[in-house]
Design a protein around this ligand. Sequence first.
Ligand SMILES: O=C(O)/C=C(\CC(=O)C(=O)O)C(=O)O
Length: 296
Amino acid sequence: MSDRIVSWHSAPSKPAFTPPAGAVDAHCHVFGPMAEFPFSAKAKYLPEDAGPDMLFALRDHLGFSRNVIVQASCHGTDNAATVDAIAKSNGKARGVAVVDPDISAEDLAALHDAGIRGIRFNFLKRLVDNAPKDKFLEVAARLPEGWHVVIYFEADILEEMRPFIAAIPVPVVIDHMGRPDVRQGPDGADMQAFRALLDSRDDIWFKATCPERLDAKKEGGMGDPWDNFAAAVTPLVADYPDRVIWGTDWPHPNMQDEIADDGHIVDMIPRIAPTAELQQKLLVTNPMRLYWPEEL
Ligand SMILES: O=C(O)/C=C(\CC(=O)C(=O)O)C(=O)O
C-alpha cells in the first residue's frame, strides 16, 4: 500500500440546522498524524493525516460542542492517536478504543483515565483480518465500570450475530444500524431484522449515522440528499428515541469516491429527528448518558 487517500470534504458548507447547545458528534475518527502515530501494519487503507486540529475545527464549524472519537481500523489496537486527540480536547472529547482481547486490567484502567468509555468490535472483512467472538466476550466481561461495547457489522450477518450480542454483559451500541439496505424502506427486511434485535434487549443502542455510506450512489443509492436514508431511518429514531445517538463519521474512511459535504450531513438531523425534543435526545441527552454520565 502506498497512496494515501483523502475521503473528506476540503471546505464543508455551513449547515442550515443549528444543533442544540452541548451537541455531541458521537461517531468520528482521527487519522494520525502519521509522523507521530504511524498506521497499523495490518491497515486496509492508508489515509492522509486528519488529526485533532482538523476535527475540532470541523466541530466548531458545524456547531457541535463535543466529540466521541472512535478508534479506526487503520490504527489497529494502538489507541495512541485517539487518546492524544482526547487529551487535546480540553475535556470536550471521549473515545471508544479497539483493544487486543488479552489487554491487561491495568491497561484498561489507563484507557479509562484517558477518556475511553467503550471498546469496538469490528466484523467487516474488508477492514479486519479476524473477529474472534469468544475472545471478544471474554474481554467484554472485564471492562471498567460504566463502559459499553460498540459493534460494527453489515446486515447480511445480523442473524449470526444474535447469540453473540445476547451474550455481551454490558450495554451495546450498533454502528450505523448494522448497515441496512435503506433502499428497502422503513419496513424492509433489514429494518425489520434490526428492530427485532433492538427489541431483544433494552440496552442495545444504535447510531443513526452514515447517510453518505448507506445511501451512496456507488451502492445503488440516491446520493446527497440521501432520501432513502431519511425515509428508512426517521421511523426508527421516532420509535427508539432513548437509545439513539448521532455522528458525522468524519473523516469518512473509504468514502473517497463519493466525498460528502459535512454541512449536508448535519442537515439530515432535522429530517430524521423532526422535533426539538428528539433532537435534544439524539444529540445531547443520549450521548451524555453513555459518555459523560457524571455530568447529568
Ligand atoms: O467510519 C466508519 O464507521 C466506517 C468505516 C471505517 C471503519 O470503521 C474503520 O476503519 O474502523 C468503513 O466502513 O470503512
